[in-house]
Design a protein around this ligand. Sequence first.
Ligand code: NIG
Ligand code: FE
Length: 391
Amino acid sequence: MTSRRSTLITGVGELLTCDDTHEGGALAPLSDAAVVVEDGVIAWVGPRADAPTTTDAKVDLDGRALVPGFVDSHAHLVFAGDRAAEFAARMAGESYDGGGIGVTVAATRGASDDDLRTLLAARVAEMRAQGTTTVEIKSGYGLTVADEARALRLAREVTPETTYLGAHVVPAEYRDDRAGYVALVTGEMLTACAPHARWIDVFCEPASPHAFTEDESREVLRAGIAAGLLPRVHGNQLGAGPGVRLAVEVGAASVDHCTFLGADDVAALAGSDTVATLLPGVEFSTRSPYPEAGALLDAGVSIALATDCNPGTCYSSSIPFFIALAVREMGLTPAQAVHAATAGGAKALRRNDIGRIAIGARADLTVLDAPSHQHLAYRPGVPIARVLDLS
Ligand code: NIG
Ligand code: FE
C-alpha cells in the first residue's frame, strides 16, 4: 500500500487562481491564502485560517505571490543553428516573409538525434526556470518524412502536446511542385507523424510565397483531422488573410499570431470555441504592430499568450517578458495577461487540468519573488518567476 504525500503551502502573499469557476472570479487576488497539494494534485485552496494542518510537509512562501504554472501553448523547440544575422538585418530594415525557415531546416536536417535532444532539453529547462510548466512543441524544421517524424518523436520525450507542422513552408526541393509537397504532407508524412502527435498545424499565409494558401491549408487540416489529430493554425501573421476564418471553420482549438485582424475575423472568433493565441515576442522581434488584446477580450474572444519560441521570429522562451509586453503594448491588465498565459494557454490546448489553481487541477505552480502578480509586468526582464518545486 502506498501512502499519499501532502504539502501545505502558506505564506502566500497573493494568490491568483486564474480559475474561471472560482466564486470570486478568476482574477480576484486572494490574500492570506493557503494551498494543499496531495500527490501532485491540488486538494484544497482557501483562507490560511481554515487550512488543514495535518499534512506531511509544509512550505512557507514568506509573502511571495503564487500563480498557476505558465502554459506555453506555442513553441518550435526542435531545431539546430540560429538566425541572429537575419534578426540583425531585420532590425536594419529587412522584412520577414518566412523565407529564413529554410536555413533552419538545413541545419536541423544535418543535426544528430543526440544534438537535437540536447538542444531541446536546454530550451525546456530555460522555460521551466522562468515559470513554465507545460509547453507545446511543433515539428516543422525537418520537412521530410523521416525528419518530421524524428522531430515529433524527440518532442514527445518532453511533452504530450506535440504538433505536426509538416506544412510549415514548402521546402526548396518542392519549390516547383507545391501540389506534390501537399500530397506528401497529407499522405506518407502524416502517416509517419500522426503516432507521435496530438495536433496538426499549418502556416496559412497567402502573403508569403513560402507558406500555404487557404485551399492548401484546408486540405492539410482536413487530412490531419481524418488521421485523428486536432487542428490549430498559424494565421494572419503577415497580413489580413483567411487563417482565422479557416481555423473557425475546421473547429481549431487555436489560431495563432492574429497580428492582422479584421472586424469579421473578430466576430468569427467571438462566436467560436477557437482561442486567439497572441505572440507578442514575434511582433517585438519582427517590428510588427501589436494586436489589440484588450479589444479582443471586450469583443468576447478567448485569448492565450505564448512565446512562439523559434530561431526566426522570436528566439525567446520568456513568458514573463511577454506578459510585460502584453500589458505595455496590447492593452491587457497584468491579471488578464497572467490569465492568458495560464488558463488561456490551457484552453488553447483543450486542457482543464492545468492553467488554474483549483481543486483537482495539477499542482503546477509558479512562485514569484515579489508580493503580487503585477510585478511580472512592472519588472520586465527581471527573473522573478520560477516553478515551485514540491519534491
Ligand atoms: O510562428 N510563422 C511561421 N513559423 C514561425 C517562424 C519560424 C521561423 O521563422 O523559423 C512563427 O513565427
Ligand atoms: Fe509559430
